[in-house]
Design a protein around this ligand. Structure first.
Ligand SMILES: [Zn+2]
Length: 132
């Protein structure tokens, strides 16, 4: 029986069948290479460069995590980003976490997904500001 393993080309992490972030891996034919030359990146290493090698559009990734949206979508005068941890299909403003940068919101969700508490994750995600 053939078993195919996907291994991140950067860190060597192997995709496991029960990974809950499988949809965020890049597994794609490498542009300009013979058929079967794949580019494989775990969610930690889906860099812009890797996306270009895979011939994928930036925008696809910018919309990847539907839990992140611009604060201005709620309030036109607001700035920054919101990470939305509402469960199910009902949006609960109590579950909105505000960040200045999209990168912070992304980091926050990654840490929460990995099991960190929201308090601690928001501290780490925006920690560089709290120091000041
Ligand atoms: Zn990796």
């Amino acid at each position: 029986m053939d078993v195919t393993y996907y291994v991140c080309g950067k860190c060597g992490r192997t995709m496991q069948p029960d990974d809950n972030d499988k949809e965020f891996w890049i597994i794609a034919q490498r542009l300009g290479k013979p058929e079967g030359h794949l580019i494989i990146r775990c969610p930690e290493h889906t860099t812009d460069y890797a996306r270009r090698l895979a011939g994928l559009k930036q925008q696809y990734y910018h919309q990847q995590d539907s839990r992140i949206f611009k604060s201005s979508e709620l309030d036109a005068s607001a700035t920054g980003w919101i990470a939305n941890l509402s469960a199910g299909t009902v949006n609960n403003p109590d579950c909105y976490f505000h960040f200045t940068l999209k990168r912070e919101a992304t980091d926050f969700l990654r840490m929460v997904d990995e099991g960190m508490s929201t308090d601690e994750a928001s501290y780490h995600a925006a920690g560089w500001k709290a120091e000041q």
